[in-house]
Design a protein around this ligand. Sequence first.
Ligand code: FAD
Ligand code: UDP
Length: 390
Amino acid sequence: MKCDLLIVGSGFFGLTIAERAATQLGLKVLVLDRRHHIGGNAYSENEPETGIEVHRYGAHLFHTSNTTVWDYVQQFTAFTSYQHRVYTNHRGEVYPLPINLGTINQFFRSAHGPDAARRLIAEQAAEIPTGEASNLEEKAISLIGRPLYEAFIRDYTAKQWQTDPRELPAEVISRLPVRYTYGNRYFNDTFEGLPVDGYTAWLTRMADHPNIEVRLETDFFDESHDASRGAALGRVPIVYTGPVDRYFGYAEGELGWRTLDFEQEVLPTGDFQGTSVMNYADADVPYTRIHEFRHFHPEREYPNDRTVVMREFSRFATRGDEPYYPVNTPEDRARLLRYRELMKGEQDVLFGGRLGTYQYLDMHMAIGSALSAFDNKLVPMLSGRAEAAS
Ligand code: FAD
Ligand code: UDP
């Protein structure tokens, strides 16, 4: 293994560090990924029959208010003007999300203006004073009232978390936005868009540098190659973006994750649902939402007689599943603190990213945290090593 820096994981965190180390420090970087492709969970590929870009690990929408991140990512891709909007199907009727004046008036068969709607929601929410809410259900009712909670939140949340909302902590939804306008943009961020020629082109450009080598289908813990944990540890600085519990051999127990199952289908129609994401709020529908990928890129020329849809199902992950969302029970948080203690003992290893820190990170957060970890942790770590060697 000939490199100055070994990076485990080619997701946004790993690739941002790789790009910075190669271009700013001139280091030779080796990036490993156990998957057959680059890019971690942001990877996308074109469905072969239709050419429609499918986000392999669930729909990915780029949005940020962080100017440093926005400026940084412009080097690798241009963005479309896509603005995300989500609708939800409840008892066979479609409503706009997040809950807004349109949702409220449709649901209550009313024509309230903002002030009247505020009064209505305040009356309905008075059932439980916010300070007294002790679980997710009570908290939600104290914020938006029982009728809207039961229609749009209760069963969807139960499907997503596979847990009765009365058993989920109140903090899970400490703020449920209700908009008293008809605005239904899903994100409030300053910048939003999708990569013009797709996520994989963007991710590939980040790694496109003579100093960066990416080795796919290579597991860091597989000791049969020359960049394995055993071969690298202590010899070369490492940036590790895989699961933190796996790194320490599950010494403090397994951290809990939620995983997703996706069912993809090509349908013989040019448009199945008229929008990119339709949530299904009710308990009798087993999936949480349907993605229709053509709608992410209305500017592209896709076939007008076929479309790709993907139904999303949610469940607890077991060891062989893809970890998607940290569950974060109190036991998980206690375990994470113990893992953080163990991390302090690994002086030449920088733990980062979603799996390495057991944190849900949006893409802009993964990139932003990699940019600051590069400046504030990796550069000092490398100069410490250089001093020790001289
Ligand atoms: P990852 O992308 O998970 O990359 C980690 C990589 O490490 C993986 O490729 C993995 O194979 C590799 N790896 C792990 N262990 C090993 C090992 N032992 N050896 C070698 N390689 C290893 N963000 C948004 O901003 N907008 C969205 O709309 C959005 N939607 C999302 C939807 C879903 C369903 C999910 C799960 C996430 C979504 N995200 C979204 C978050 C986004 O995916 C993350 O921000 C991003 O993936 C984080 O990058 P990362 O590098 O930390 O981790
Ligand atoms: N949520 C809900 N109904 C919906 C959409 C969201 O109850 O139709 C709640 C649910 O508890 C979910 C949380 O809001 O876990 C965040 O949902 P969002 O779709 O923003 O997040 P994602 O699942 O895409 O990460």
